[in-house]
Ligand binder design. Structure first.
Ligand SMILES: C[S@@+](CC[C@H](N)C(=O)[O-])C[C@H]1O[C@@H](n2cnc3c(N)ncnc32)[C@H](O)[C@@H]1O
Length: 681
């Protein structure tokens, strides 16, 4: 009839150098459907990438009348030359088409092998690693008869195995290649990298300093390291579905796993700027609104699944709520079946919004006053960790790596938990559940206690909390402006806090008192901030209040004022306000005046908290001291399998440096619960 219908292709990978649809492109659409447009017309909408099949000329499904006529110049060699040209210009789609045509008319095994090597490279450069590997392996087999091609094909195979993160297999190929061709310097260099990756994968030893530096430097900080899964495994967690459990006793701070993201989406703006992604708002048939990073993240996942079909099962196996699983894992018409809507559900339940490095969440400077959430991504192993507000494992980020460390000593068979979001007020726990998005109720001690207390206790607790926090702020201002004595404020705060404590029937070890700890910590910080509140708090009182703060988080501490300081039980690390790391660092500072003998143990505890918070402690001294040399602290045995540091002699405390540090180190100035995104926190 001469009609023309618009076609809308969703979620396809766009490459402006090499358009997906060009003049003469022939597509087959599966399950096509028409969608009405605002101007009263119709278009064909294709939501799922696997609902389009691009038909090439030699494909038997191409109608004969549409096939291009084969000319005299259409030889394997000319197609290959075209392919090389496209590949050199980064037009991989076109290059692959040309190599495919070259393969279709290769008259000899040698010609075929050359075309395979070329196509493997084009697949590799366009991140279609599995197709690249398949071509490389065929080339290795066919190339054995041609010495010059065999070496090339094996190196190709090794490069693709490395890109596929199959480091042991990559090592095996390279070790043999280097034996046969000892002069192959590029193969040797890759062999060294493969060895480093196998070591990371097996022992969890990482060059964290380099990783932090790389994450800061690179615009898209996807780091070239391997995933390590330590003493943990996925298993049934009863009513919580699957969960991650320890396989052996684990010590506080030990590395549980360090996982490279399956897919992340980073902003396309310059380094250090806030993320800005072209907004693409979209509603799927289930009614979810997805925009910005989430759309980009879905696209990144889909693209990776298309390119590496063997990883599809581990993605579609992730929790996706009530959305039905309809996918077969196999290939249909030569390509994997990908349901875009299922991917959206997977992203909704499993994605983390992340900073470039956990440093960005905890530390900020005057030049970088804003907290950045630079990306969002999916980590397929980490996604199995369930939530608890009283979590026992802490996650940190460096580039596209998620690092989980034990935040307590954990016996074998313990389910590890993290926080998705934290309730922002005690009262909220009893009203609307912050976990509604995920469809569960948190059963941790804190949530259970908050639910079980009677409404009179709850009302009293909330009233006291509100009264105390506004009183602290108001009174501190009074102290600064007038001659109101500091002691009077302190007495009022102390009696208010004691009254609040009486609203808890259980001990702080059983039910940590996050909000009380926050309040106390805010108070101490104000008191110690001498440039603003001159001479308001004695350091001795600050020490007592900081210890109180840690005890409110469930820490059991022996001594702490003079002579001895020993943590008998580690409490909640906390991420919002009174985090244990800030408390220990403030204590370390205060001890410089009141009990110098306790500076070193306090620093050790601060270092442990830092390790758990940041995922590594190699940057501890640099970050805390603002110098390149390590600060004081007795050497301790390396934790888990992390790189050990040489022990250094204790150094005297340096108050002037600390002052400088205080300018850059303001962890309690923000509410970290806000920083991770509306999804998983
Ligand atoms: C990212 S998944 C975690 C892994 C999931 N349990 C599984 O079986 O694959 C998030 C989902 O796990 C479940 N979940 C997580 N924490 C939970 C908790 N504390 N209690 C009950 N269910 C929880 C909820 O169904 C939530 O939507």
């Amino acid at each position: 009839m001469g009609d023309v219908l618009m076609v809308q292709l969703w979620r396809q990978h766009r490459d402006d150098r090499d358009p997906l649809v060009d003049k003469g492109t022939v597509m087959l659409l599966k399950e096509p459907y028409l969608k009405g447009t605002a101007d009263g017309k119709y278009l064909l909408r294709v939501d799922h990438v696997s609902d389009v099949v691009f038909v090439l000329d030699h494909d038997e499904r191409m109608p004969a009348v549409w096939r291009t006529k084969v000319g005299h110049g259409d030889t394997a060699q000319t197609w290959r030359v075209h392919g090389d040209k496209h590949r050199d210009a980064s037009r991989y789609r076109s290059a692959i088409k040309c190599y495919t045509r070259s393969l279709a008319c290769s008259p000899t095994l040698e010609e075929e092998c050359i075309a395979r090597i070329g196509r493997s490279q084009a697949f590799h450069e366009s991140e279609q690693y599995e197709a690249a590997l398949s071509d490389a392996e065929i080339a290795v087999n066919t190339g054995t008869a041609f010495r010059h091609l065999a070496e090339k094909a094996r190196f190709r195979q090794a490069e693709v195995l490395y890109a596929l993160q199959r480091y042991q297999a990559c090592y095996d190929v390279l070790a043999a290649l280097c034996r046969d061709s000892p002069y192959h310097t590029t193969a040797k260099a890759l062999l060294h990298r493969a060895i480093a990756r196998v070591t990371e994968q097996t022992y969890g030893t990482y060059p964290f300093l380099d990783m932090q530096a790389e994450a800061r430097k690179r615009q898209t900080p996807e780091l070239g390291h391997a995933t390590y899964i330590g003493p943990v495994r996925i298993q049934d967690a009863g009513s919580r579905g699957r969960g991650v459990f320890t396989t052996k006793p684990v010590k506080l701070g030990e590395l549980l796993f360090c996982e490279k993201a399956f897919a992340t989406s980073w902003g396309d703006e310059g380094l250090g700027k806030r993320t800005k992604i072209k907004m693409e708002v979209d509603t799927d048939p289930a009614g979810f609104n997805f925009h910005g990073k989430t759309v980009a993240e879905c696209n990144a996942i889909i693209r990776k699944m298309q390119a590496s079909p063997s990883c599809i099962p581990k993605v579609v196996d992730l929790y996706h709520g009530l959305y039905p699983s309809r996918l077969s894992n196999g290939l249909v018409d030569g390509q994997p079946v990908i349901d875009s809507f299922q991917i959206r559900h997977i992203v909704r339940f499993n994605s983390f919004a992340v900073p470039r490095s956990s440093h960005n969440h905890v530390f900020r400077t005057e030049s970088k006053p804003e907290f950045q959430t630079d990306a969002s991504g999916v980590w397929t192993f980490a996604s199995h960790v369930n939530h608890s507000c009283a979590y026992n494992a802490h996650r940190a980020f460096i580039g596209d790596f998620i690092i989980f460390r034990a935040a307590q000593d954990l016996p074998a068979g313990t389910e590890i938990t993290t926080w998705y979001v934290l309730p922002s007020q005690i009262s909220e726990v009893s009203q609307q559940s912050p976990f509604e998005t995920w469809g569960f109720e948190c059963g941790c001690a804190m949530c259970t206690e908050a639910k079980e207390i009677g409404s009179d206790v709850r009302t009293k607790r909330n009233a006291l909390l509100t009264e105390l926090s506004s009183m602290i702020q108001g009174q501190m201002d009074e102290v600064v402006r007038t001659t109101v004595s500091w002691d009077r404020v302190l007495r009022r705060v102390e009696s208010g806090v004691r009254e609040l404590e009486q609203t808890f029937a259980q001990s702080a070890v059983e039910v940590p008192r996050r909000w009380l700890a926050n309040l106390l910590f805010d108070f101490v910080r104000m008191g110690l901030n001498r440039p603003i509140h001159p001479k308001v708090m004695t350091t001795h009182r600050a020490v007592q209040l900081l210890l109180w703060c840690l005890r409110s988080l469930g820490f059991v501490i022996e001594g702490g004022e003079r002579g001895t300081l020993r943590v008998k039980r580690w409490g909640l690390l906390s991420v919002d306000g009174a985090d244990a790391m800030s408390c220990w660092l403030s204590l370390r500072r205060a001890y410089q005046e009141t009990a110098p003998e306790l500076v070193t143990p306090a620093e050790e505890y601060a270092r442990m908290a830092y390790l758990i918070h940041m995922g590594e402690d190699e940057t501890f001294s640099t970050t805390i001291e603002g110098t390149k040399t390590s600060s004081a602290g007795p050497s301790r045995p390396p934790l888990s399998k992390t790189k050990s540091r040489p022990s250094r002699p204790p150094k005297p405390a340096a108050p002037s440096r600390w002052k400088r540090t205080m300018c850059t180190y303001t962890p309690a100035d923000h509410d970290t619960t806000q920083l991770y995104s509306s999804r998983r926190d």
